[in-house]
Design a protein around this ligand. Structure first.
Ligand SMILES: NC(=O)c1ccc[n+]([C@@H]2O[C@H](COP(=O)([O-])OP(=O)(O)OC[C@H]3O[C@@H](n4cnc5c(N)ncnc54)[C@H](O)[C@@H]3O)[C@@H](O)[C@H]2O)c1
Ligand SMILES: O[C@H]1[C@H](O)[C@@H](O)[C@H](O)[C@@H](O)[C@H]1O
Length: 336
């Protein structure tokens, strides 16, 4: 069976996912496109999906009988409406992070999917599919003893002017919020945020860098540095300190050179390159499950927990370093 996929939002990642569906992965084809900027959908049709129909709205695309499954890759604030429409249509739906921009919005999706009674939603937390994180998880689960501390860093070389302080949490650190919970098999109970002086390359509406300290239910303390004007590259670091040893996220493969009296490795500069293989694996997983009319991988509950945790971290940006409690509701049986 070829899963007929409709893509809502054909900007940077929508285009890239359409490319991997039509040119890299198996078992699916992009048959429908929609974007508020029609020219963007047309460009994707011309370059990647010549047979795709262009729909004026995401809702019309989702309702089309020619679409089996949906990719939601529009701006974050529009995700909720499209995911709810896909569940109402009974169609598997891959939603890029964030699942919704508020915890209430993510809860509406959880409640709707629970009422539907079957999993249809996968959230685009691709790091769970990254070979380095998978290897790190194996070491954490079986080699280094129970985790005590985690030191993590999420560094972007630069961000646009419209990127403001809370976005460091819900646009950037949301990846750590999800992947560290998965890595440790634990939940968060509190968040604190510390600000050093802002870097000279930042701007007036962005305090950058910041350090978020999360405490988990099992008593592990996690520090995450978010530095989105680090200038030197796109750099993701993660080190887990356990009872018996330390495990670190592998560096991405890069040729080492001995040149001009220097021993060097290049550092990547773009998130698209850093996680390119994991995007392929997560979408292939989505296609396999969608062919069976369901979804696997990171679920709506994970998206909801990430939203609750993000909200707590954003609140903690305003408390001068004081802890903000993170309280989770009971996990529905659908997500056990
Ligand atoms: N998993 C990851 O690593 C990762 C990486 C990049 C982006 N993202 C997420 O993917 C989403 C898109 O990011 P992007 O970088 O591609 O942004 P982008 O601005 O390049 O593209 C978004 C597209 O959505 C369209 N759009 C906006 N509102 C719409 C609506 N109501 N209906 C249909 N189309 C609409 C815009 O016109 C634009 O073409 C964001 O939520 C972002 O957080 C995830
Ligand atoms: O949307 C992007 C993407 O999620 C990247 O993985 C992250 O490093 C960026 O900070 C964010 O802006």
């Amino acid at each position: 069976m070829t899963v007929r996929i409709g893509v809502v939002g054909t900007g940077a990642i929508g285009r890239d996912h359409a490319r991997r569906i039509n040119k890299v992965l198996g078992g699916a084809k992009v048959v429908a496109l929609s974007d508020v900027n029609r020219a963007s959908a047309e460009a994707v049709r011309n370059d990647i999906a010549p047979d795709a129909e262009i729909f004026a709205t995401g809702e019309e695309l989702i309702a089309s009988p020619d679409v089996d499954a949906v990719l939601v890759t529009s701006w974050g604030a529009t995700h909720e409406q499209y995911v709810l429409a896909a569940i109402a249509a009974g169609k598997p739906c891959f939603c890029e992070k964030p699942l919704a921009t508020t915890a209430e919005g993510a809860k509406r999706i959880v409640d709707t999917e629970v009422a539907h009674g079957r999993r249809l939603v996968q959230v685009g937390f691709m790091r769970r599919y990254d070979a380095g994180y998978v290897a790190l998880k194996q070491a954490v689960d079986s080699r280094i003893g129970a985790p005590i501390m985690v030191h993590a860093a999420h560094r972007n070389p630069t961000v646009p002017e419209q990127y403001v302080t809370p976005m460091a949490i819900h646009d950037t650190m949301i990846h750590e919020i999800d992947v560290l919970r998965w890595l440790l098999d634990d939940d968060y109970v509190s968040a604190r945020v510390l600000f050093p002086r802002s870097a000279a390359r930042s701007h007036a509406r962005l305090k950058d860098p910041q350090i978020v300290i999360l405490e988990t239910a099992k008593g592990t303390i996690i520090d995450v540095e978010i530095f989105v004007n680090c200038h030197y590259g796109y750099d993701i670091q993660c080190q887990v300190v356990g009872e018996d040893g330390i495990a670190s996220l592998p560096e991405p493969m890069s040729v080492q050179t001995r040149l001009g009296a220097k021993l060097q490795n290049d550092i990547l500069t773009d998130w698209k390159d850093r996680f390119i293989a994991s995007y392929d694996v997560e979408l292939q997983d989505f296609i396999h499950a969608a062919a069976k009319g369901t979804a696997s991988g990171p679920n709506a509950w994970d998206g909801y927990v990430a939203a609750i945790t993000s909200d707590a971290c954003v609140a903690a940006q305003e408390t001068d370093g004081a802890a903000v409690e993170i309280k989770l509701p009971t996990r529905p049986a659908l997500y056990q």
